[in-house]
Design a protein around this ligand. Structure first.
Ligand SMILES: C[S@@+](CC[C@H](N)C(=O)[O-])C[C@H]1O[C@@H](n2cnc3c(N)ncnc32)[C@H](O)[C@@H]1O
Length: 194
């Protein structure tokens, strides 16, 4: 599994970001931040080979749905085969840059949670700003985004407000886990739309 992941890193180092999938310690800590009794629509951005996904589906209720949005076609094929037996899971080959349209098309607008593995903090500033703006646009007032990042940079981003923050040392690399909500400011919205 890790060799498959590593081959995708070699094919696209900036997009995939880290050299190995998230550790079981990180997937455990991340999945625990979700309130499964309330969540009805979950979205995962950049699920990769599905290490967080496997943890999340184990806790999801039967009437919760999970939409996986992945840019890499090899990962998409792997995820599609892996979750073919689970009607709660939908795999979409697409770019988080178009998150609002994709969620609307799948009847998943303003989800309860967005779990994101996209390595925002190691990509170029311009791409990061566009991606974060489009993700913020797809969030409702109750949507929470849970993301694991090597820096806490985006917890201070104008589009988001920090809800809670954890740190996982037992991961390569050691990583911050951030739970954020959409900032409730006109300035933030204007920045997204502008
Ligand atoms: C750091 S890897 C995380 C993989 C997995 N979630 C894990 O924790 O091991 C980042 C993932 O995000 C995907 N990705 C990067 N940019 C994306 C985008 N704009 N839209 C959707 N997926 C993206 C990559 O293809 C890769 O699978």
């Amino acid at each position: 599994m890790s060799f498959f992941f590593f081959k995708r890193v070699l094919a696209n180092p900036v997009r995939v970001g880290y050299i190995v999938p998230s550790s079981p310690f990180l997937t455990h800590m991340t999945a625990r931040l979700i309130n499964y009794s309330k969540a009805r629509t979950l979205v995962e951005l950049g699920p990769g080979e599905g290490c967080h996904t496997r943890r999340i589906v184990r806790s999801m209720t039967p009437d919760t749905r999970l939409l996986l949005l992945e840019l890499d076609d090899h990962f998409v094929r792997h995820l599609t085969a892996q979750f073919a037996h689970d009607p709660r899971v939908t795999v979409v080959h697409g770019d988080a840059m178009h998150l609002s349209e994709i969620l609307s098309r799948h009847g998943a607008a303003e989800p309860d949670y967005i779990v994101s593995g996209i390595p925002f903090t190691i990509m170029g500033r311009e791409l990061r700003e566009k991606l974060l703006g489009n993700i913020a646009l797809a969030m409702g007032p109750a949507t929470r985004i849970i993301t694991y990042q090597t820096s806490v940079l985006i917890s201070e981003h104008r589009h988001f407000e920090l809800v809670r923050r954890k740190h996982c040392l037992l991961n390569v690399p050691p990583i911050h886990i951030l739970e954020l909500r959409k900032a409730d400011t006109a300035a933030s919205l204007a920045a997204v739309l502008g």
